[in-house]
Design a protein around this ligand. Structure first.
Ligand code: NG6
Ligand code: CA
Length: 520
């Protein structure tokens, strides 16, 4: 009898062993660590700026650091759309930064988490969402989302089994976390009301705003950001109620980290996908006081130090849970850097010699390189041979690459499979790429970049960033001129012509907002 029990226990062990073995070596866990507005020069491994990011550097130095890695847009919502669907965001008509708008990924669209689910993955997102919520009537910001009910569709309807998110941005109301469609800690007797355009209504409630009550703010607004005051920070939009549910800004990084760690621990026995979507260093920059002064660059630098620390803690969790050698990690940012994005927070004054854009021209919102060329790192302990790649790769390629990596058959319209490049640093990257900023597009082929003419200010006065608008075509050779200083469109007419015709092939003829543009 005892022998029989021993035998059964042995069989059980073998079966459990096989199961872990199977999931351990065939299907890796996948984590996308995604920062918000982190520039090409903000990661010290890129050797451009003066900030110190040791934990991100570890991923870069022991993984593959891509020097020509792109986000799909120079702002957040379109960029995240491109990342999750593998399709260029400019294909989605008019997709720009979302302010209280409805979900922009169609629930019938294929996404990275959805394709991973077909392979048995458990999928989760923790952090910033910013792809809209609810089906509403499509009028962004008109108060279409009822935060007091189950909020759907949202991340859970486009592939995430688990979601713990902030809806849009840290500077937009509602300042609450939403877990699987429900506002966390919401008291039904204190319902949430949100609107973005009706200040009068908010005034009728007698609630303070950044505009009327600057004396009540602890962070001063520079442009926009003069709506409801929450935790002393004036926000975009107006919010009433939901007092119990309000987040703590200074605890946000710890909060998202804790939720991510909980998620990993809860799902470690099966393949999982985690989209760890950090809010730093987007405004308002509210690092926990324990990081204050660390960077010497004020809250923006300190928020990056905090993000780097959080990534180190996540890494330690993977290490302690013995998951590192079976976890493929991608690190990147949703768009390029900005200093003053609407608050007086010393980002400009205390910058010193640091170069968030790493010497690239432009920044967030820009069609110049710094808008979308971002830190881009692939890491897989023991599997990836450390290296540096100058191949062109875009976040739009992650969909197809991940699909191939896990043996799924899904292919997006605009993505390429770069699984070999990401893991073995083998093969070529993209020949060409469409660059996007707030629905405007430009084109890169090899070392050449062509930016077509656009109406609009050359420089955004508010954020002091060159947007890439010009009434003339611009043509740059990034190899000789990485900072895009010399417009070669006149002396290289032949090249310009070639670039325009390749661009039109993908983008169509109506690519510029200048109506009488003559293409010859
Ligand atoms: C802009 C905000 C900016 C930031 C951005 C979204 C103003 C004047 N500016 O509208 O502060 O919130 O939207 O950034 O309100 S993103 O990284 O999420 O795209
Ligand atoms: Ca962003």
């Amino acid at each position: 009898m005892i022998n029989k029990i021993r035998f059964l226990i042995l069989i059980q062990f073998i079966l459990i062993g096989c199961k872990t073995n199977d999931s351990k070596f065939n299907l890796p866990n996948i984590i996308i660590i995604y920062t918000d507005d982190l520039g090409y020069g903000d990661v010290s491994a890129y050797g451009k700026g003066t900030l110190n990011t040791p934990n991100i550097d570890k991923l870069a130095n022991e993984g593959i650091r891509f020097n020509n890695g792109y986000s799909t847009s120079a702002t957040c919502s379109p960029s995240r759309y491109g990342l999750l669907t593998g399709n260029y965001p400019w294909r989605k008509n008019g997709l720009r930064v979302i302010t209280g708008g409805s979900l922009v990924i169609d629930t019938t669209e294929m996404t990275i988490p959805k394709l991973l689910k077909t392979k048995g993955y458990h999928t989760g997102i923790v952090g910033k969402w910013h792809l809209g919520l609810g089906s509403g009537d499509g009028v962004a910001g008109s108060g279409i989302i009822n935060y007091n009910l189950n909020i759907s569709p949202g991340p859970n309807q486009v592939g995430f089994d688990f979601s713990h998110i902030m809806a849009d941005t840290q500077d937009r109301v509602p300042s609450v976390y939403i877990e699987n469609g429900k506002v966390v800690n919401l008291d039904p007797n204190d319902p949430i009301e949100v609107n973005f355009f009706h200040q009068n209504k908010h005034d009728d409630y007698g609630l303070p705003t950044g505009l009327k009550n600057p004396e009540m703010t602890t962070m001063k607004w520079h442009h926009g950001h003069n709506g409801s005051i929450i935790n002393g920070v004036p926000r975009i939009g107006y919010m009433k109620g939901g007092k119990n549910a309000l987040w703590s800004d200074i605890n946000m990084a710890d909060h998202f980290l804790d939720k991510s760690i909980e998620y990993i621990k809860a799902n470690k026995s099966r393949p999982f996908f985690l989209f760890y979507s950090l809010q730093q260093p987007h405004v308002p920059r509210t690092p926990h006081p324990r990081f204050e002064g660390y960077s010497g660059m004020g809250p923006r630098g300190d928020a990056i130090v905090e993000a780097d620390w959080s990534i180190g803690e996540l890494y330690k969790t993977l290490q302690n849970e013995d998951l590192l050698d079976n976890t493929f990690i991608i690190f990147s940012s949703d768009n390029g850097p900005v200093l003053n994005d609407g608050y007086y927070d010393d980002a400009v004054e205390k910058l010193g010699d640091h170069t968030p854009s790493g010497g690239l021209r432009g920044g967030k919102y820009s069609l110049f390189e710094a808008g979308t060329r971002v830190p881009f790192i692939a890491y897989w302990k023991g599997k990836i041979k450390p290296g540096v790649s100058n191949e062109i790769i875009s976040q739009v390629d992650l969909f197809n690459s991940i699909s191939v990596l896990v043996g799924a058959k899904y292919k997006s319209t605009d993505g390429n499979d770069f699984s070999q490049l990401l893991i073995n640093n083998k093969g070529k990257g993209r020949d060409e790429l469409i660059i996007e900023a707030s629905t405007r597009t430009a084109y890169r082929k090899g070392n050449w970049v062509m930016i077509p003419p656009y109406n609009g200010p050359a420089v955004s006065e508010n954020v002091n960033i060159e947007l890439g608008n010009s009434l003339d075509f611009m043509l740059y050779n990034l190899k000789e001129d990485p900072s895009q200083k010399n417009n070669l469109s006149i002396i290289r007419k032949d090249k310009l012509k070639e670039m325009i015709s390749s661009f039109v092939r993908i983008r169509g003829k109506n690519f510029s907002n200048i109506e009488d543009l003559i293409l010859e």
